[in-house]
Design a protein around this ligand. Sequence first.
Ligand SMILES: CC(C)(COP(=O)(O)OP(=O)(O)OC[C@H]1O[C@@H](n2cnc3c(N)ncnc32)[C@H](O)[C@@H]1OP(=O)(O)O)[C@@H](O)C(=O)NCCC(=O)NCCS
Length: 207
Amino acid sequence: MLIRPAVDSDLPYLYDICLKTGDAGKDAASLFYDPYLLGHYFAAPYLFFDKTLCFIVEEDYTPQGYMVAAGESLTFYRWLLETWLPPLRRRYPDPPPGGRVKSRYEQKMMVLLHQVPGLPETASPWFSRYPAHLHINLLPPVQGKGQGKTLMRTLFAELERRKIPGVHLGVGIENPAAIGFYQKTGFSVLQEEAWGITMGKELNHGF
Ligand SMILES: CC(C)(COP(=O)(O)OP(=O)(O)OC[C@H]1O[C@@H](n2cnc3c(N)ncnc32)[C@H](O)[C@@H]1OP(=O)(O)O)[C@@H](O)C(=O)NCCC(=O)NCCS
């Protein structure tokens, strides 16, 4: 198994892995007519925005997992709003014509595309201390083998090099395995939401 910086040709694998782990860590494919919708929001834009903060877990020459991140989330969300989202908003109207959604989750994603990204995080009192954020998704065959931890260490080292003071992330309450993993890698609860919790970690402290 190998961890390496992401390259442009990883894009289809990001979409695929995002969908296959997108239902609180489980396969979300049966919940979407459009297999790309989740990746449009949670994976692909990071590769276009700053691929030097994206990393791939590769086995047998095939990407099996990824971590994507933004160092300055405010700048990322501004770019998302001005550059990435407008064409997607035209393609995915809110509400979708004819109610063409396969699940509440797909409906929720279409609504999300039309909202201002990054709220309420960017307006929260803790935000300036944890300006980076990340998403991490590994396929089942590479889970539980220490790759998640190594990805975290790789990202933390790069964020520390950039003098970024902290990193945050969102996790659904229905994903206790991920919450356990984040606690193990030094994250603690910053904010509780209806959908789950926002967790944060100050950098330069290791885990
Ligand atoms: C959550 C995820 C990123 C963890 O990565 P991983 O490679 O499986 O985890 P690791 O093997 O690196 O585990 C690192 C540490 O976390 C701990 N850990 C992992 N899962 C845990 C759990 N369910 N509860 C408590 N601790 C856990 C491990 O025991 C390990 O601790 P150790 O170093 O003391 O042995 C990965 O399993 C995954 O991608 N899951 C599916 C997608 C997902 O849910 N993503 C998060 C969306 S918010």
